[in-house]
Design a protein around this ligand. Structure first.
Ligand SMILES: Cc1ncc(COP(=O)(O)O)c(C=O)c1O
Length: 506
């Protein structure tokens, strides 16, 4: 239920895009909300709900890894298989409100609300699309989670990237950037994206004093803070990080939580906590997209939270923390063993990732995307997390979340070999694989396209470029083009000779 009383002295309409302001609620969705909260003696013929009797499921039971189990009651099963109000499954909503209040103690709680979304990514895109219109500026920290860029790029948003040090966003640079923008009369940002705890990709946890300073700057320059915090309970610090939500006296924090890392990513659930008028905008957007996050997932999560209670959930988080901290310690030890003298890194303070900066190399893209795959190691090239991914970046992101210790050992050993190889040889001369066909007349466009991006998937070319007179061309790297234009040209020439010889021989 949305709160009608607005206690924050903010005019949220100034932050919203015109598209967001034009959104209206669907009557059918409103009716579902009304029917859900109506008393039992009300008969509703209003909704388009299918009859559950026609559904093939009769029971859903879940076993937990602590040996306990639960079964959805008939009523819960009925609800789990049905449409629900867009904001979320009401019992789960209530449960999450209580959780949020207890975990973060946000000031002026009665002026905020939550909405359940299909994971943090859904929450980020709905939030950003409510606020970022064509060409709007968005503050981010560099590097940052690329799921943000893919949302705002189609809106041609201007990314204002604020550099980080080992403690995250540098407030002095943030303030100075805003000050000089204001002085030069440029459009001021309405929102800043922050991933404050166990940041993806660099594992930073922003210390409290810095969070406070960033919040002060947000108040000073009147922007919202979008705190994407899926690793909040997965930090490796002694002191619990204080969330931006808990500091938010003015109602400018939009907090995105996710169950992906702590319960299951396949369950696709997360939730947004923000001032009620912002939640309404996000809910209206949800009404026009997937109506609501999956009910079955919501009911299962609700049952789990009921079985565990707040303390049970917190002790689950503690277990997760210990689990990943141990993995962090192991990858840090392995990195010291294999990358000594080749790369630098800081021990991640939370999250899943080790951010490695390779010495003596300006860009890791080709090394990782081309040679890495062939040498049996895949990591994420650092440029993928930068404001401008086409610029060289000497970093690499390695996940310590899932691989076995032996696999991590092998991966870092292979990375070390790659770095040494890269330093000694320059470009890879590994044998080619994967025959694809490219019409001669597409070589030019192919090369031109190559200049605008770093890699293209072969199926893209196959579809568009497969010709009647194909030239046999072997890609140096399965599935990927990532060589420079000159190298590509040389490779093509070499492959024409190869193909000609092959054809002559056949
Ligand atoms: C910082 C960050 N935000 C959002 C997401 C998306 O998470 P979800 O699975 O909840 O959509 C991820 C996933 O890796 C992430 O690292």
């Amino acid at each position: 239920m949305h709160k009608s009383k607005e206690k924050f002295g903010m005019d949220y309409s100034t932050f919203k895009t015109d598209v967001s302001k034009r959104r209206r609620s669907a009557t059918t969705r409103e009716l579902t909300k009304i029917a859900y909260s109506a008393s039992k003696n009300v008969v509703s013929l209003a909704e388009g709900m299918p009859n559950e009797e026609t559904f093939p499921f009769t029971e859903i039971s879940i076993k937990l890894n602590d040996g306990s189990s639960f079964t959805l009651s008939e009523r819960e099963l009925g609800a789990a298989l049905q449409y629900i109000p867009t904001q979320g499954y009401p019992p789960l909503l209530q449960c999450l409100r209580e959780f949020q209040r207890r975990a973060h103690a946000p000031p002026l709680w009665e002026s905020r609300d939550i909405v359940i979304v299909s994971g943090a990514q859904d929450g980020l895109s709905k939030t950003l699309e409510a606020i970022i219109g064509p060409g709007d500026p968005l503050l981010v920290h560099d590097p940052f989670y690329p799921g943000v860029e893919v949302v705002v790029a189609p809106h041609q948003a201007e990314l204002i990237a604020i550099p980080q040090d080992e403690q995250g966003v540098v407030p002095e640079i943030l303030r100075e950037t805003l000050r000089s923008r204001q002085l030069s009369g440029k459009r001021m940002p309405k929102i800043m994206y922050i991933n404050a705890t166990g940041s993806n990709p660099n594992g930073v946890v922003i210390p409290l004093e810095r969070r406070k300073e960033i919040y002060r700057i947000a108040c000073e320059y009147n922007f919202l803070i979008l705190d994407d915090d899926p690793y909040h309970f997965m930090h490796f610090e002694d002191v619990e990080p204080k969330s931006f939500l808990s500091l938010d006296t003015e109602g400018r924090v939009i907090r995105v939580d996710s169950f992906s890392k702590v319960i299951s990513s396949g369950i696709r659930l997360g939730f947004i906590t923000a001032a009620a008028p912002l939640i309404v905008s996000i809910e209206l957007h949800l009404q026009s997209s997937h109506l609501h996050a999956p009910t079955l997932s919501q009911v299962i999560l609700y049952k789990l939270l009921k079985v565990w209670g707040y303390d049970g959930l917190m002790s689950h988080f503690m277990g997760i923390r210990y689990f990943y901290k141990r993995r962090r310690d192991i990858i840090a030890t392995l990195a010291r063993k294999h990358l000594n003298g080749l790369a630098d890194f800081t021990e991640p303070k939370g999250g899943f990732f080790l951010w490695i900066k390779v010495q003596g190399i300006t860009d890791t893209w080709k090394m990782i995307m081309q040679r890495g795959v062939k040498e049996g190691v895949i990591m994420a090239p650092g440029a993928a997390f930068m404001k401008d991914p086409s610029k060289p970046c000497n970093a690499i992101r390695a996940s310590f979340a899932k691989a076995s210790y032996q696999e991590m050992d092998l991966a870092l050993q292979r990375l070390a070999e790659l770095i040494r190889g890269r330093k000694n040889e320059g470009i890879s001369t590994r044998p080619f694989e994967d025959i694809v066909y490219i019409k001669r007349r597409f070589w030019g466009p192919l090369q031109r396209m190559h200049r605008y991006g770093r890699s293209y998937e072969w199926p893209h070319f196959r579809e568009r470029d497969f010709g009647e007179k194909p030239v046999h061309f072997r890609s140096p790297y399965p599935g990927i083009i990532g060589v420079s234009s000159a190298t590509l040209r040389a490779t093509i020439d070499q492959q024409i000779r190869f193909a000609d010889n092959m054809l002559k021989a056949s």
